[in-house]
Ligand binder design. Structure first.
Ligand code: HEC
Length: 172
């Protein structure tokens, strides 16, 4: 009878120990796998198959470059990876409207310092009559209170032409 009691005590102790061990293992497993949500297999694959030297085309991001190189090498780049590539870096020319709003509106919106207002047909008519070449030359070089390039120093000739065309199209 005392033998049974002894067995029973040992049995309970072993079972309790195993239960504690199971709980510890569960928590260990959870803590080891907690970063599973930011596991991005596509990016890891692209990073791993990336050639040592890369050719960057202007405006192309690192990930796009890797993806297009992978495509050229016959492997299919994951569309997800290409989608997540930062397309904002592409130096696409700005539209006339964008440039107008960020550079020219400040004067041409309200007619500051005698600037012909956008949409003021009478003010624009004689200027438009002088022709696009004249408008573009005056916009580029400045005219009286109109500063050269309308202060858009980063604007290319094409961008300046696009914004002048935009202003003309809204004012005739
Ligand atoms: C600091 C104010 C100011 C800003 C900014 C400005 N303009 Fe002007 N703009 C003027 C004034 C003033 C005139 C009228 C000049 C005159 O006829 O004496 C003018 C005239 C013009 C004309 C008519 C030129 C002509 O041949 O009659 C064009 C085109 C023009 N601006 C384009 C632009 C563009 C494009 C921008 C933005 C990139 C811009 N302007 C920004 C003040 C400004």
């Amino acid at each position: 009878m005392s033998h049974d009691k002894e067995f029973y005590g040992t049995f309970i102790a072993v079972m309790a120990g195993l239960a504690v061990l199971a709980v510890v293992l569960v928590f260990t497993a959870i803590s080891l796998t907690s970063d599973v949500s930011d596991y991005k297999p596509e990016e890891i694959v692209i990073e791993n198959i990336k050639p040592v030297g890369g050719v960057y085309i202007a405006g192309e991001s690192e990930l796009e470059a890797a993806a297009s190189e992978a495509a050229a090498a016959g492997t299919t780049a994951s569309p997800d990876a290409v989608m997540t590539a930062d397309a904002g870096e592409a130096a696409a020319p700005k539209s006339g409207e964008q440039i107008y709003n960020s550079n020219c509106l400040v004067c041409h919106g309200a007619g500051v310092a005698g600037a012909p207002k956008l949409g003021d047909i009478a003010a624009w008519a004689p200027r438009i009559a002088a022709g696009m070449d004249s408008l573009l030359a005056n916009a580029t070089n400045g005219l009286n209170a109109m500063p050269p390039k309308g202060l858009c120093m980063s604007c290319s000739g094409e961008e300046l032409q696009a914004v002048v065309e935009y202003m003309v199209s809204k004012s005739q």
